[in-house]
Every structure is written in structure tokens, then in C-alpha cells.
Design a binder for this molecule. Structure first.
Ligand code: FES
Length: 85
């Protein structure tokens, strides 16, 4: 299972796109069944790296300046890796 945590804190919300969650719509049903997506209150990353919001955590990897395409690309990489293991 791939865990995607999208920050919905104020700073990330202001700096981000409103449709970050919609990357899941680009996956097939079987791919989407391997991905858990949830919103999160402030991940405390905006205090550390102020100018790179919005932030998303994919498993333990921090994605800064996140957008739908970047999230989708990283998730697809991880899905490919899971299929090849
Ligand atoms: S509001 Fe997103 S990390 Fe703080």
C-alpha cells in the first residue's frame, strides 16, 4: 500500500491547487486500490521550508511544491516498483 498524505493546512491550501486529491482519478481501479489518500492538518513542514508549499508525504518522502502531475508521477513510479518486486 502506498500512503499519500496531502496537507490541507492553511499555508499549503493557499499555496496549492485545490485539486491535488484528483490525481487518484488518473489511476486505474486496480492501481487506485493500492493507494491510500488522506488529508492532513499542517505537517509542520511549512515552518521549516517556508516557500515550498504545498507539501505532500508519499510514504516517508516529502514532496514540496506539490502539484497533481508530480504526485501522479511519483505514485506511478512506486506502483511500477511494486509490480516488479
Ligand atoms: S500548512 Fe502544510 S505543512 Fe504546514
Amino acid at each position: 500500500m502506498i500512503n499519500v498524505k496531502i496537507c490541507t493546512g492553511t499555508h499549503c491550501y493557499i499555496m496549492g491547487e485545490s485539486d491535488l486529491f484528483s490525481f487518484i482519478d488518473e489511476l486505474s481501479k486496480s492501481e487506485a486500490s493500492l493507494v491510500k489518500v488522506e488529508g492532513s492538518t499542517c505537517l509542520d513542514l511549512c515552518k521549516e521550508y517556508n516557500s515550498s508549499a504545498p507539501y505532500v508525504l508519499i510514504d516517508d518522502e516529502v514532496i514540496s511544491n506539490a502539484n497533481k502531475e508530480v504526485i501522479l508521477g511519483r505514485v506511478k513510479d512506486l506502483l511500477d516498483r511494486m509490480q516488479n518486486d
